[in-house]
Design a protein around this ligand. Structure first.
Ligand SMILES: Nc1nc2c(ncn2[C@@H]2O[C@H](COP(=O)(O)OP(=O)(O)OP(=O)(O)O)[C@@H](O)[C@H]2O)c(=O)[nH]1
Ligand SMILES: [Mg+2]
Length: 201
């Protein structure tokens, strides 16, 4: 089980301002848009560990619907987003494939919560990722990454399909769009703050 971080912990001083670094995981199944999301939003050049995919991977990673994809993240994505004078998000893009399981222990440590990117056309692919997040006891919000042409699924049906709790936030986003991605993160952070407050009372 991961240690219990809080928004008030690990405050550090920079340039006279007190800022709180908050570690957030951006997770999701293969090709759901994690690298795109962090790339669109990070205020520092995002660290990405992309490698060209080989034919050998075709049997492992399902390229249905993302045939133009030529690279995959082999370790993680990393980016930073200053949300306010007080809160700086450190974003860790974490692969959802089972073969990366051993990375989760390190990734989840100290994380305040997770944004789970979901492709509405591949909902079943998200089950394993959500199981992992719950296993690590992380609070999360769902961001439905709408690929062009994908039908807008009713939120209620999506909640049922993913077996979400009533208070788990669900937002729609376009991972390529900075504003839309920021909105998804703001929704997550507000939810995490509410959860932290609830735990205090
Ligand atoms: N049309 C559309 N394409 C998208 C969107 N988000 C991502 N893509 C494309 O989908 C493909 C996969 O995106 P990535 O960001 O590489 O996905 P990933 O989750 O990092 O993939 P892995 O690291 O390999 O698991 C890329 O070709 C993106 O350009 C979106 O919102 N709309
Ligand atoms: Mg990636």
């Amino acid at each position: 089980m991961v240690s219990e971080p809080s928004l008030a912990e690990h405050a550090y001083v920079r340039g006279g301002d007190t800022q709180t670094p908050v570690k957030i995981l951006v997770v999701g199944h293969f090709a759901v848009g994690k690298t795109t999301f962090i790339g669109s939003i990070s205020e520092i050049p995002p660290l990405s560990t992309e490698e060209r995919m080989t034919r050998a991977g075709e049997t492992v990673d399902d390229l249905k619907g993302v045939a133009g994809k030529t690279t995959t993240t082999v370790a993680m994505d990393f980016g930073r987003l200053t949300l306010s004078e007080r809160v700086v998000l450190y974003l860790f893009g974490t692969p959802g494939q089972q073969r990366f399981l051993q990375m989760w222990e390190a990734m989840a440590r100290g994380a305040l919560g997770a944004l789970v990117l979901v492709d509405p056309e591949r909902l079943a692919d998200s089950f394993a990722v959500i199981d992992l997040i719950e296993q690590y006891g992380l609070d999360y919000a769902i961001a439905v990454n709408r690929f062009d042409g994908s039908p807008l699924r009713e939120e209620r049906a999506l909640r049922e399909a993913l077996d979400l709790l009533d208070d788990t936030p669900v937002v729609t986003c376009d991972a390529r769009d900075e504003k839309s991605s920021a909105q998804a993160l703001i929704t997550l952070v507000r939810y995490l703050q509410d959860r932290a407050l609830q735990e205090q009372t």
